[in-house]
Design a protein around this ligand. Structure first.
Ligand code: 5GP
Ligand code: MN
Length: 336
């Protein structure tokens, strides 16, 4: 953040404000960790801050400090809209365009509040009075740490805030293994453990709370894994029936796509997940190296994200989506 932005933020937070903090739709560890951390800090300073999420978040995040107070827009829409209408200030965290909030976009567009964006995705939209965007950052949680540090209040990070921030850095870096993990990331992590983040406990909460049916679903996903060696590509499909047969809960398929990338010689992996209620095939795309899944998802699947991790969707059937995907690959032969 430049010194002008820091000045603007300080003056916006100078008096007690009604504040709404928004993560993206289908919030992940980074989105929930960053919003809850910022929320706790702002409330400790006398503001009236609330996290309003577009929809539900995975069960493995339902231990994060403060999560009980999150308002879910698509479950309690009236309460969410009231909060947004009354807000003086709206922070949008871990996304780059208001359309990433799904149906909530309309309410946010109408809001009279000032916006502050903190995000690490590419191509940030221009709706905020302060846009703290840095695509080189490991996670929005790391950015919230730098944000608080820039305001001179890093010493206000208590064990709860530290746990939230640790969670998002851990999940967005694949437990500190992606190239976005820098020496500074590790220094921030060290500060968070010093502030009281229980690193071993957080890893257990996130990764070791699987249900039996989720592991069985992983088995199905691995059986469905297909390899296209010519394009160094692997993909997985999961139909609505396969999800239903395994009592699918939100978050159960998190990380499945990475198994494709773990294959030797594979640099592009995709998972196609049927969502009958939304009438779409939701896709997660991953790559290693220079092949940009952000560009691929933008070009073909109304999506986006980062160079090596992106999402998108298709309105075709599961079968047709896969056929169409395979038909696109020859155009990328020189990049794969
Ligand atoms: P995931 O595959 O884990 O859902 O998401 C990977 C990355 O892509 C995340 O940074 C996420 O925010 C982003 N992403 C996921 N779905 C979409 C989408 O539909 N549109 C855009 N623009 N980004 C997405
Ligand atoms: Mn993120």
């Amino acid at each position: 953040m430049n010194s002008n932005d820091i000045k603007t933020v300080k003056s916006l937070l100078n008096t007690s404000k009604s504040i709404v903090i928004v993560p993206h739709k289908n919030p992940d560890g980074d989105a929930m960790g960053s919003t809850l951390a910022l929320c706790k800090y702002l409330n400790s300073q006398g503001h009236n801050a609330t996290v309003v999420a577009p929809n539900e978040y995975p069960h493995f995040l339902k231990w994060l400090p403060g999560h009980e107070d999150v308002i879910i827009y698509n479950a309690t829409t009236k309460a969410a809209i009231e909060k947004i209408e009354r807000a003086d200030l709206i922070f949008t965290l871990d996304f780059n365009h208001l359309s990433r909030t799904g149906d909530m976009e309309q309410a946010l567009t109408k809001a009279s509040a000032d916006f502050i964006m903190i995000d690490h995705h590419q191509q940030p939209a221009d709706y905020a009075v302060v846009t703290y965007s840095d695509t080189s950052m490991s996670s929005t949680c790391e950015m919230v740490y730098h944000f608080l540090d820039a305001l001179g209040v890093a010493d206000h990070i208590d064990a709860d805030i530290a746990s939230c921030l640790y969670t998002g850095i851990m999940t967005d870096t694949g437990s500190f293994r992606f190239p976005s993990t820098t020496a500074v990331t590790h220094k921030v992590i060290a500060e968070l453990i010093t502030a009281g983040a229980d690193n071993a406990g957080i890893h257990r909460n996130i990764y070791d709370t699987n249900s039996y049916t989720k592991l069985q679903l992983l088995g199905v996903a691995l059986q469905n894994l297909q390899i296209l060696p010519e394009y160094k590509t692997a993909y997985i499909t999961l139909s609505q029936k396969e999800l239903d047969d395994h009592k699918f809960q939100k978050g159960d398929t998190e990380g499945f796509v990475n198994y494709g990338l773990s294959l030797e010689g594979i640099i592009f992996a995709v998972i196609f997940i049927e969502n009958k209620s939304e009438g779409i095939i939701k896709m997660s795309l991953r790559s290693v190296g220079d092949f940009s899944v952000n560009e691929f998802a933008r070009a073909h699947y109304e999506g986006g994200g980062h160079t090596n991790a992106a999402g998108g969707k298709s309105d075709l059937s599961l079968e047709d989506t896969v056929t169409q995907f395979i038909s696109i690959l020859p155009r990328y032969k020189d990049k794969l």
